[in-house]
Ligand binder design. Sequence first.
Ligand code: PHE
Length: 336
Amino acid sequence: MSGSPSLLDELGTLEKEALAAVEAASTPGELEAARITFLGRKEGRISGILRRLGEMDPAERPRVGARANEVKKALQEALDRREEALATGRGTPGAEGPDLTLPGRAAWIGGVHPVTRVIDDLVEIFRELGFTRARGPEAETEWYNFEALNTPLDHPAADEQDTLYLKGGHLLRSHTSPVQVRVLEQYEPPIRILAPGMVYRRDTFDATHTPAFAQLEGLVVDEGVTFVDLKATLAEFARRYWGPDTKIRFRPSFFPFTEPSAEVDVKGGDGEWLEIMGAGMVDPAVLEAAGLDAERYTGFAFGMGPGRIGLLRHRIPDLRLFLENDVRFLSRFARP
Ligand code: PHE
């Protein structure tokens, strides 16, 4: 009786050790060494135990023999599995190569904001037409934002309702048109500039209005510039941006700083008319406010909202999406 529990215990311990050795084998050579150590006919440790069956109570021998066969079988199965795993490259962690069946992990790619993308595309088209980029401050004086643009401070457009005032006589510019005056003061004609930038109004925050939004201002001033140049330039721009079949239409309008003034609509081959900008011939009062001879020079100006153009282009239902900084939305516009 005395021998059997200890031989059964030894078999149990041996089984654990053997299975661990098989799992730890990371080459066919190591696996073969483990096989010989445990299952080897002469020197193998299971054979060693079976050789000691003779020390045992004959009644207990069958139990130990059966257990030894179980251990042999489990070990042989483990060896086969491990051999297969090593052959197909699915070995222990660290010993294995990359798993080529896993989906790739794409690198995070930053992107230009969709409104900035629209601005860049528009500026690029106008660059081809001879325009350069200009810019002015977002904190403006009433002079540049209104008065120099032929807009008296008691004009409805200058009404405090629309405008965000800062301390010290400044306000957040309500449009990019003040850049017209700053450029006219600084440079001699011929002038052909585009001024993109943010503008601010005390507007409601809804699907089609945001209190901060981008505008793109255009200004051309030279000797002999006429309404024909305005129409031809904007028609050419529209065809380059929306496609060769695009039509444009001018509807009479009013801006204090242009005379005559128009709202400009575009229509693609299939679609409906879309209002995309205000435009007009620069009012002589603006040229004079900037110190230019209005007898000698004429010009045209236009102003559009790249955010609105982006909405139309991508069929986005709500302007606020552009301002929420939600990468799930923004990443859809990322171009590598
Ligand atoms: N500044 C005008 C606006 O914000 C747009 C405009 C610009 C109109 C230039 C005519 C000429 O609505």
